[in-house]
Each structure stands twice: as structure tokens, then as C-alpha cells.
Write a protein that binds this ligand. Sequence first.
Ligand code: NDP
Ligand code: X2W
Length: 341
Amino acid sequence: MKVGILGATGYTGQELLRLLNNHPEVTLAHLGSSTSAGKRISDICPHLQESLENVLETEELPDVDVVFMALPHGIAAARARELMEHGIKIVDLGADFRLKDAQEYENWYKVKHADPALLPKAVYGLPELYRNEIAGKALVANPGCYPTASQLALVPLLRAGLLDPNSIIIDAKSGVSGAGRGIVQNLHYSEVNENFKAYGVGVHRHTPEIEQQLSGAADAKVVISFTPHLVPMTRGILATIYAGVKSGITEQELRDCWQQDYEKEPFIHVMPEREWPQTKYTNGSNHAFLQLRYDQRTGRVVLVSVIDNLVKGASGQAIQNMNILFDLPETTGLQTTALWP
Ligand SMILES: NC(=O)C1=CN([C@@H]2O[C@H](COP(=O)(O)OP(=O)(O)OC[C@H]3O[C@@H](n4cnc5c(N)ncnc54)[C@H](OP(=O)(O)O)[C@@H]3O)[C@@H](O)[C@H]2O)C=CC1
Ligand SMILES: CC(=O)N[C@@H](CCC(=O)OP(=O)(O)O)C(=O)O
């Protein structure tokens, strides 16, 4: 299968390359770059030695079966239609097709959506939760990193009606690679190292995405409090989530619900009781780790969900979606163990 990556020089583009180099069904046929056409990808990213011969290009219409759009938001919406008209499937790693409502997109992303008529054709690609909706589609909206970590913990419990849907607080922490490789002052080493801060409080763009998906799971409008934090580490997201539990529900019932949904999932791991996930369990891998504890004193459950933002939170999940689109085993090319220590 011929694969293209638009935005191949970015962090998620590089991560796609690292993982796809181990994918037995993939030929890397097009690596797109808006600024470095003609250069070899390994000139820009010397660690990608397996891609030594791959040259960056700018073709508008690459000769591929599927394209990953690893671009800043706004660009995929403008380019998707033409690619689809030429039979090219799309996995968009950005936010352009995640929200079903174009007005909601404009409210939160502060840009007009370039092609709202495509929104109903897009499917939200978090395989463990919406697998049956993905097969056979041509346009997959790969979820955001915080929304992935949050939904893996919350969706099964909301679907089963075990939580009070309007009591949810998501306190999430991300490594700095979540912000991409662009140069931004507040991401300089000297401003991140030995520092820890909240950002986007009450206004972060992942809020409507998480609310949209949790509302679907609860079959009722869900409003959350979501606060992301920046942690001085390169990769990883750890979300600590607080939610009120419906009266009479026990910790075992909450745990059983997760275990039922995830026992056959190769990438999702409910940890043994009282063992808590760490971001390093996921470094470089497509695995997610979950744990919970119900505090009867407060009536709230504490859920902890951990992923690598660049893998399960972006490029790994995108490859999982591509595998579904092409009827391949979902784990193809993704059987990588986390780097430890
Ligand atoms: N980083 C993460 O953890 C996650 C990122 N995402 C999303 O994935 C997408 C890519 O993110 P990430 O890889 O981190 O971003 P980066 O900033 O690291 O890379 C984006 C790449 O897009 C290319 N690009 C930038 N501007 C333009 C443009 N105007 N036209 C065409 N190409 C352009 C650049 O490559 P070049 O100069 O070579 O053209 C750049 O390297 C974003 O939408 C992001 O929000 C989603 C989940 C997690
Ligand atoms: C640390 C950091 O800055 N993280 C990014 C996560 C971005 C991301 O996941 O991209 P999408 O907007 O495409 O979902 C942020 O908070 O904006």
C-alpha cells in the first residue's frame, strides 16, 4: 500500500515515519513538506536512518492510497476534498474533522472551517471505542491527545451509566512534544525545565471535543472542567480524572466495566489494583494504562489514564486507523514496547 505523509518533518510526521518503517504492508511513497522540498528527510531528521533515501516533496496530489495529514489545523480541511475525489483515503491528525459542528470549530479554533460539507463524511477514529464506525470510511479524524487519554477512561463508565455525567473534572499533564516542533517562547528549555504550569484554563480547544464524545457516550449533554498542564518531560500524558459515582455502585463494578471492554484490547491495560500508571510505561509505544480508585468518603472515583501523546495520542493511533481502513490486523506495525527506563 502506498502511503503519503503531509507534514513529514513535524513531530507527529517523524513519529509516523519511525513506526511505518516497521510496517510490512507500507511503501512510503510521498513525504510532503512545504519548506524543505528536494531535501532528504534524513538531512533534517538524522535519526531516521531507515528513511535515508526518502526525499521531501510538495506535490499537491501524491500518487498514494492513503495520506496522513500531520499538519497544523486548517490545512487538512482545505485539501481533503481533492484528495478524496482522487480515491485517496485520509487520516487527519489535526483537529479539522473532529468536531461535528462547524460553528463549534470556529468558536474554539478561531478560523472558519474550509469545507463544512465534509464533516458528516468524517469518522472519529478512536478504535477501541468506535471501531465499527471506522471500517469502510475514507476520512478519519484522529482524536486529540488529551481527548484520547480522557475518553479511554471515561467512555466505558459513562456508556454503562455508572457515573454522574455532570461531575467530571479532568486534570491532565502533557510533555512538551505535545506542542509540536515550532519555536515558541514559552516552550524554550529555560522556561519549561524545572517548571510546572497550567495553561488554557477554561478555554482549551480539546474541551469541546471531549464534551462532544462524552455526551455521545452518556446520551446526554456532558459539560466538563478540563485543565491541561505542561510538564518538563518530552513525551507522555497523564490524566487524573474525578467523577461522581451513581448511588450504590461499587469499585468492583467500575473495574469490571473497564475489564469487560478492554480485556481483548492489545493496547489498553487496566493495571492490577493499587498499582498506578506512569507515563514512562508508554514511551514510544501505542499502549495505554488505566487505574481507578473509588473513594467512598467523597462519593467520587479517581481515574488515571496514561498514553504517549505522540503515539496513542497521535501517530500510533493514526496507523491503527489506517490498518482498519485497509482491513489489516490493528496491531500491524505497532508492536513496539515502551522504552524503559
Ligand atoms: N504533537 C502532538 O503530540 C500531537 C499533535 N497533534 C496534531 O497533529 C498535527 C501535527 O502536529 P505536530 O507534528 O506536533 O506539529 P509540528 O509543528 O511538529 O509539525 C507540523 C508540520 O507541518 C508542516 N507545516 C507547517 N505549516 C504548514 C503549512 N502552512 N502548510 C503546509 N505544511 C505546514 C511543517 O513542515 P514543513 O515546514 O516541512 O512543511 C511542520 O513540520 C497538528 O494538527 C497537531 O495539533 C495531535 C495529537 C498530538
Ligand atoms: C503540550 C501542548 O501544547 N499540547 C497541545 C496538544 C495539541 C494536540 O494534541 O493537537 P490537536 O490540537 O490537534 O489536538 C496543546 O495543548 O495544544
